[in-house]
Design a protein around this ligand. Structure first.
Ligand code: SAH
Ligand code: F3S
Length: 442
């Protein structure tokens, strides 16, 4: 844990469990920082010694939401008698008061858009705030980072897109860009503290600058923001998630391809390869648009890896629609996919659709997609043998191995020790596997 504080005063202990996306990871870091700075909590990995237990939840799919209440039950069983339990994040935003009803032991429920009120929540007998219009885009949080080598920085909050399947706009509210001055000053600060890699976060990063908190357009768009961050000397790598395929214009692809500090790893969330389904999903692009952008990216940046998100079994998805998704995967040859069975979510328009796909069909489609992707990886992976990649080492693994990432976001493991952490080295791949490339520093 890397945190600047006065240790002897740390008397209270915080156990925090984070589910879901990178934005939740960053929200948790913000809560830890605030609780440390103002309330002097220190982290513990042991829930039974904690004075405060927080679950930072995700509600993108149904499964983790269902698990929440059994998880709270487990915490109640094992916690210290005096310990408080709080529920934060997207499930807090959408269930709100219902959480108190189903789990009376919970003493506060704090929405994903209300993170800066964490100390107020902790100090109240019972506290509920799930306001999705609350604007904390300019709030300056305390400093805490789980991983000192890779610094997450929020560049926007919320999402304006309203994809038919997605609950996020209903839990994180409308999209507001954080002023570029705040982002640049944070980037400079983390660079000074030793982070070589910056990871920019937002639901729609390449729509950055569309609207600031004051309603006005920002001075910089995403491409310009990337360029300015790359001018900070100490920063060697820049990553971001998630861009939206719709906003992948030529300017953005050009900056991505030509700026050597921008990691050559692009997330292009496809969701579906069928233009019809994309239309009902309200994604704003067609199959052809996606394929054209992906091809342009491959042409401009031949070394880049493309990852994607795919949903199968969206209402109305015919066999033909699904085959369209398979064919896009075949054409783009994504280096990584995150694939999900559609899960109906409250508050979304898709939840009203009656032409649902039965679970068996959705499961079969998911398996077919994942099996074929595994096959594609089996075709691609052997090509990495003997290739030399620049690897930024960030994590110790078992058996005296150290793991790092290539610019393409491939995980590479080598024999080594702590000395490698925080360093960028050339690694020759000796044993490429589907998920990990094993190699030697050269
Ligand atoms: N803007 C974010 C989206 C967050 S949700 C991003 O692009 O990463 C992350 C992913 O979860 C989505 O891309 C989608 O593939 C998946 N997802 C969202 N809602 C879903 C639902 N109702 N059922 C299944 N998967 C869903
Ligand atoms: Fe969700 Fe679509 Fe926004 S997937 S987060 S509504 S871009």
């Amino acid at each position: 844990m890397r945190c600047i504080y006065y240790k002897p005063l740390m008397t209270k202990k915080l156990f925090l469990k984070t589910l879901g996306c990178a934005m939740n990871v960053r929200d948790s870091e913000h809560m830890i920082a605030e609780l440390n700075r103002i309330e002097r909590y220190d982290l513990t990995q042991d829930e039974s010694e904690a004075d405060l237990i927080i679950i930072n939840t995700c509600s993108v799919r149904e499964k983790p939401v269902n698990k929440l209440f059994s998880e709270i039950g487990q915490f109640v069983k094992h916690k210290k008698k005096s310990a408080k339990i709080g529920v934060c994040g997207c499930t807090a935003s959408h269930l709100g008061e219902e959480i108190f009803k189903r789990a009376p032991e919970v003493s506060f429920v704090l929405g994903a858009r209300n993170v800066s009120k964490i100390t107020q929540a902790v100090n109240s007998e019972k506290f509920l705030d799930i306001n999705i219009n609350y604007d904390e885009s300019e709030y300056v949080f305390g400093e805490f980072r789980q991983n000192p080598y890779k610094a997450y920085i929020n560049i926007s909050i919320g999402c304006d897109k309203k994809c038919a399947f997605c609950i996020v706009p209903h839990t994180r509210g409308e999209e507001i860009s954080i002023p570029h001055e705040i982002i640049l000053s944070e980037a400079k600060k983390v660079a000074k503290n030793g982070a070589r890699e910056i990871f920019l976060l937002g639901q729609n990063v390449n729509n950055y600058g569309r609207r600031l908190s004051n309603g006005k357009r920002g001075e910089l768009n995403f491409s310009q923001l990337l360029t300015q961050i790359s001018e900070i000397d100490e920063i060697e790598r820049i990553r971001f998630t998630s861009p939206h395929p719709l906003h992948m214009d030529d300017e953005f692809l050009k900056v991505f391809a030509s700026n050597p500090k921008i990691c050559k790893s692009m997330h292009m969330p496809l969701q579906s390869g069928s233009t019809n389904i994309l239309k009902t999903m309200r994604r704003g692009y067609t199959k052809e648009w996606f394929l054209e952008r992906a091809q342009k990216l491959r042409d401009m940046s031949p070394d880049a890896a493309i990852s994607t998100d795919i949903i199968v079994g969206f209402p109305g998805e015919s066999d033909e629609d699904f085959e369209d998704t398979m064919s896009v995967m075949e054409k783009v040859r994504f280096e990584q996919i995150f694939s999900f069975k559609y899960s109906a979510r409250p508050l979304t328009t898709a939840a009203q659709m009656t032409n649902t796909i039965d679970d068996k069909t959705a499961s079969m489609r998911l398996k077919k997609l994942q099996d074929r992707h595994a096959g594609l990886l089996d075709e691609m992976t052997p090509n990495y043998k003997d290739r030399v990649f620049e690897v930024y080492f960030e994590e110790l693994r078992e058996n005296k191995m150290v793991a790092g990432r290539t610019s393409q976001n491939f995980t590479v493991c080598v024999d080594g020790s702590e000395e490698l952490l925080g360093k960028i080295k050339n690694v020759k791949i000796t044993r490429p596997q589907r998920l990990i490339l094993y190699g030697q520093v050269v």
